[in-house]
Structures are given as structure tokens and as C-alpha cells.
Design a protein around this ligand. Structure first.
Ligand code: GLN
Length: 607
């Protein structure tokens, strides 16, 4: 097993995650099996209880792990399926050590940071690196370990010390360090400054780790003389300094890094035994980045949410909209609407915000109400779903958005004026959304219905748009994260009035997908399709929204999910049938495998 440790210097938030994923992407293009571990040095056991304002969205894995959103980057870039243990936190390590101590495993010894915590970290990394993460089920050959925060943070000290020891444990040819730093270019001086990078490299060395790469992030490209200066002052060869300026698309990052000769360097340093260079395999990323640069048309989608001040709070939803829009030749313009601004009280409280929010909603070509928790903005979300239903506006509801649709329909079509979710009004007269029996209200962490579950399309759903978007397969698998569900008592009445539940769980008890037939696209899902969307394999519910927004969904479905050249000048004529090329279809469609029991994007990308 080879390890690449990615550390950060100067400040966080300069794209360390994308750079770490890019190392993986490049190696994967050489035919190497890659896995990744993200270390978050906070005390929380996992990201499950975080407010999206703290660290952005909570990413959910197949096994139900609630993890940092960087794991989403790894899954999307490397097309792998990670496990909850691929995200390490200080809390997890300490819990493991304390549990061991309680069991008496340390035989009466004093339990200390060194060696017990540092040993536990090393053992965890070695164990998790071995777990297969790709469809091939092969043991990975390279593990990218990203250490969150920046070098020198008090929280990450135990981890840095663990890796100092680890380099000797696994031997030099199996371990290298990439340090991601920032080169600021203050306007006052007009020139790039290398001093912060020099200090952080010195600090890293002082802690016993020497960088093999210094990846310099900057706003503008760095000139050769500055690169040489970094090489001189930081005591590394010039080819070990990699400069990554801000780029028009993240897909360009692996391409640019590869052009710096990373593979040649790693091949020698880690004795990877790579024979052919990845240029040909990198082509898919070059092509994707080029296509995105050349998109001429735009699709405008309104996102009605609660954390619209922080885009990271909806990172996977935004990515999924981009994957879907880009795949059919559109740039997506997302209008972030604060849900509470759509509520009636706003007319008097802040009329400008109210009218602005409604103007944005009306201006959009499609609306998405993503997942969420709690009361704030709920009425605004319900209003948005009503407006979409009544005005034939393409709509996709996700999780809380799904529940908002059920509430809205119950209120305005079934005339149950008090219809609500018990999450917001516990004693409502018409609890159309209720707690799931297994939800334990005492504890907030890890008590939801989490992870990958099967949804079965009902037989009556054969004409359903969403079923056809999922390539007409009978069962799909998507990831979940919720505590509440549709109250079974109301299902019959809702369906009779036209709100069809086209997908249910395996037992047929839990409502998973709803759709309104006589509407251009009104689909809501209890699960979170955004977690399985991939750049080369967009998520079907998002495809539906974008296609309907552009009024091409009908013909797309009629053609069996393919395009005609008139509808999209995006695909070049090399693409089979002028349509989605094979790489956009689930693997089961390409190989005609009978085991199409589940749509799972994790196997979708064809290398
Ligand atoms: N708050 C809702 C529930 O717990 C929806 C959750 C979500 O959107 N992720 O069921």
C-alpha cells in the first residue's frame, strides 16, 4: 500500500480536497486502484449533528455514514464508494481508545496521546486503506490521506505525530507528502508573496514531515521566478513545486497537475511501476473541462432553501444540477432563494425581500426544494411547491421538499387546512408527515434512517416520467437521511386526488417517490439523489428537472432517453445515435447484465 498524505498550510479553504482528489484521479487514470481517507481533527464523532453553516452539507455514504463533504469530492472524482471509516475524526479515535481502556485492554497502563492515540490513528489508516472501494472489489494500491485544517493547528497535532511515525512504519518508498499552500498576491505590492508558504513548510519540517510536493494555490498563474524562489527557500526541486491558479472548472485541476509530471515523479518516488502515462485516460477530463468552457446556453433553476448564504450547504445538489445541465449542453444558473422570504408575513416585514424572492421564483425555468430540518422557512417551501404545481413549473423536491409537497397537496387539494409535519407542529390536526417508529427523539446523532436503501417502482408506474428517467428499471438504490415519513393513513386519499406515489420501499410501507402525471415535471423523492450523481453519469431526477425546464423532457423520454441533434448541439456527431453515449448509461444498460436490480451510479462510469 502506498500512501500520499495531503496537508494544508497558511489557510484552509484553498481547495485542498480537490487537489487531493486530483492526485487520486491521475493515478486512477494510470490503472491504479485508489482509495482515500479524510481526517477531520474535530471532536465530533461524525458530521451528522453539524449545522450546514458550520462545515457545509453533511454528505451521506452508502453505509449510512454521515461525513464531511470532501468525501463527496472523492466519490465523484474517483467514482468510488467510501465507507464511514474513511472519515476519521478525533472523536472517533478517542472513543475507540477509551472503549479499549474501559475493556481493560491496556492492562493497567497509563493511556496517553503518544503512543496510544498515535498508534490508534496508524492502525485505523492501515486497516481502512485495505477496504475495496470500487466495483472491481480489488484491494486499493494507493491511499490518499487528506488531513483537514492547517499545519500547526492544535487539534491536528496528534495526527501529524502519527504520520511522522507512520513514514518509518511503512517505509520511505510507500509514503509521501503533498503540502497545499497559498501564495497570496496582495494588490498593494502587486507581486506574489512566498513567505507564508515558507513558514508553513518550515513548520511541517519542524514536526518531522518533509514535503515531496508543494502545491501552491494562487489567484493568478505564478511565474517561473517565483516558482524557483519557492523551490530554493523550501528546499525542494523545481519539479516538486506545482502551481495551481484559480481555474474555470475543477475538472481542469487534475489535467493541469498531470501536465506538471506528477506521475513520473510519483512513479519513481513510490515505485508504482506505472508503464504507460495517463494522457489518454485523462482525456475524459480534458473533454469535460473543454465542453464546460464552451457551453453557450443557460438554464435557470431556483433553489428554495434555508442556508442560501453558504453555497457549500447545498454542495452536492449544486453539483448534481451542474452534472445534469452540462451533460445536455447547458450552463446552470442557480437562483438561491431564502425560503422564509416567500412567506406571507414578509409582505409587511420586508416587502422588498418578499417581492424579490417571488420574482426570482417566477423568473426561473425550474424549481428545486432540497432537504432540510426544522420550522424556519417551511411555509415558504410549501408555497414554492404550490406555485410549481399550480403553474406547471418543473419541480423537484428532495426529502424535506418531498414532505413539503405532501403537506401542500393535503392542504390545497384535499382541503386539510391544518395538514403539517409533526417535525414542525407535533400536535397538528392532520399529521400527514409523521415520525418513523424507529426514530429515537432522545438522541440527535445517528438516529435517522440513513444510507442506501432500495426503492421499488409500483407496477402502476409504468408511464411515470421518473421511472423512465431511471431507464425503466424496476428497482433503484439511493441514499437516505430522514426521520419523518408520509403518514400511511392519508396515502389513499392523496393518491385518489392525483398525487401518485410511484416508488415505495421494499416492504411497500414507506413512500419514496411521488409524481403528478398531468404536469410537465412534478417529482419529489424522499431520498437524496444528489449523493450519487457523477460528472459522467448525472442523477436521473436532476436530468428530468433540467430537461423539463428546457421543454425537451417529453421528446427525450420518447426516444428512450436519447437526444436528437436538433435538441442539443452539444453532442458531436461521433456520439452514437446523436445521443447520450454509452458512458452515460448505467453499466447494466451497456452490458445487458440481467442484474439490473439497482440503479447505482457507483458502477456507472466506464473507464
Ligand atoms: N427533516 C426531515 C426529516 O427528518 C427531512 C430531512 C432531510 O431533508 N434530510 O425527515
Amino acid at each position: 500500500m502506498k500512501y500520499i498524505l495531503v496537508t494544508g498550510g497558511v489557510i484552509s479553504g484553498v481547495g485542498k480536497g480537490v487537489i487531493a482528489s486530483s492526485f487520486g484521479t491521475i493515478l486512477k487514470s494510470c490503472g491504479i486502484e485508489v482509495t482515500s481517507i479524510k481526517i477531520d481533527p474535530y471532536i465530533n464523532l461524525d458530521a451528522g449533528t453539524f449545522s450546514p453553516y458550520e462545515h457545509g452539507e453533511v454528505f451521506v455514504l452508502n453505509d449510512g455514514g454521515e461525513v464531511d463533504l470532501d468525501l463527496g469530492n472523492y466519490e465523484r472524482f474517483l467514482n468510488i464508494t467510501l465507507h464511514r471509516d474513511n472519515n476519521i475524526t478525533t472523536g472517533k479515535i478517542y472513543k475507540m481508545v477509551i472503549d479499549k481502556e474501559r475493556r481493560g485492554d491496556y492492562l493497567g497502563k497509563t493511556v496517553q496521546v503518544v503512543p496510544h492515540i498515535t498508534d490508534a490513528i496508524q492502525e485505523w489508516v492501515e486497516r481502512v486503506a485495505q477496504i475495496p472501494v470500487s466495483g472491481t472489489k480489488k484491494i486499493p494500491q494507493v491511499c490518499i490521506v487528506e488531513l483537514g485544517g492547517t499545519i500547526g493547528d492544535i487539534e491536528s497535532m496528534a495526527f501529524v505525530e502519527a504520520f511522522r511515525q507512520f513514514q518509518f512504519r511503512v517505509k520511505r518508498e510507500n509514503f509521501c507528502v503533498a503540502h497545499v499552500s497559498l501564495i497570496p498576491q496582495p494588490r498593494s505590492t502587486g507581486e506574489p508573496k512566498t513567505k507564508p508558504t515558507q513558514s508553513s513548510v518550515r513548520e511541517l519540517r519542524g514536526l518531522g514531515l518533509s514535503p515531496d510536493f508543494i502545491v501552491c494555490r494562487s489567484e493568478n498563474p505564478i511565474v517561473r521566478s517565483v516558482k524557483e524562489k519557492i523551490s530554493n527557500f523550501c528546499h525542494v526541486a523545481p519539479e516538486q513545486v506545482i502551481c495551481i491558479p484559480d481555474l474555470s472548472s475543477i475538472y481542469k485541476v487534475p489535467v493541469l497537475m498531470e501536465s506538471h509530471g506528477i506521475v513520473e515523479f510519483l512513479n519513481e518516488r513510490l515505485q508504482l511501476g506505472v508503464k504507460s502515462l495517463p494522457r489518454r485516460h485523462m482525456k475524459q477530463w480534458v473533454d469535460l473541462a473543454d465542453k464546460i468552457d464552451n457551453l453557450r446556453h443557460e438554464v435557470c433553476i431556483a433553489l428554495v432553501g434555508k442556508y442560501t448564504r453558504l453555497e457549500d450547504a447545498y454542495a452536492s445538489v449544486i453539483k448534481s444540477l451542474q452534472h445534469a445541465a452540462n451533460s445536455i449542453g447547458y450552463k446552470v444558473n442557480i437562483l438561491f432563494i431564502e425560503a422564509s422570504n416567500l412567506e406571507k408575513e414578509m409582505v409587511s416585514e420586508d416587502p422588498v425581500a418578499y417581492h424579490d424572492a417571488w420574482k426570482q421564483l417566477c423568473k426561473s425555468e425550474g424549481v428545486i426544494v432540497p432537504g432540510g430540518f426544522g420550522k424556519r422557512g417551511m411555509e415558504g417551501k410549501i408555497e414554492a411547491t404550490r406555485w410549481c404545481r399550480e403553474n406547471g413549473k418543473p419541480y423537484l423536491g428532495i426529502c424535506l421538499g418531498f414532505q413539503a409537497s405532501v403537506i401542500e397537496f393535503s392542504r390545497n387539494v384535499l382541503n386539510l387546512r391544518e395538514a403539517h409535519t409533526t417535525e414542525c407542529v407535533p400536535d397538528t390536526l392532520h399529521p400527514v408527515i409523521i415520525d418513523m417508529p424507529e426514530h429515537n427523539p432522545g438522541d440527535m446523532g445517528g438516529t435517522m434512517r440513513l444510507g442506501k436503501r432500495t426503492t421499488v417502482f409500483k407496477e402502476s408506474a409504468n408511464d411515470s416520467k421518473i421511472k423512465r428517467l431511471y431507464y425503466n428499471i424496476d428497482k433503484i438504490e439511493e441514499r437516505h437521511r430522514h426521520r419523518y415519513e408520509v403518514n400511511p393513513k392519508y396515502i389513499e386519499d392523496l393518491e385518489k386526488a392525483g398525487l401518485e406515489f410511484v416508488g415505495v420501499d421494499k416492504e411497500g410501507q414507506r413512500m419514496e417517490i411521488l409524481e403528478i402525471e398531468n404536469h410537465p415535471y412534478y417529482v419529489a423523492v424522499q431520498f437524496h439523489p444528489e449523493y450519487l450523481s457523477r460528472p459522467m453519469s448525472p442523477s436521473p431526477p436532476f436530468m428530468g428537472l433540467i430537461l423539463a425546464a428546457k421543454d425537451i423532457l417529453k421528446s427525450y423520454l420518447a426516444r428512450g432517453c436519447k437526444f436528437s441533434p436538433r435538441e442539443s448541439d452539444y453532442y458531436d456527431s461521433e456520439d452514437e445515435d446523436y445521443g447520450l453515449s454509452a458512458k452515460h448509461l448505467p453499466i447494466s444498460q451497456i452490458t445487458n447484465e440481467s442484474d439490473s436490480s439497482a440503479y447505482s451510479s457507483s458502477t456507472n462510469m466506464v473507464d
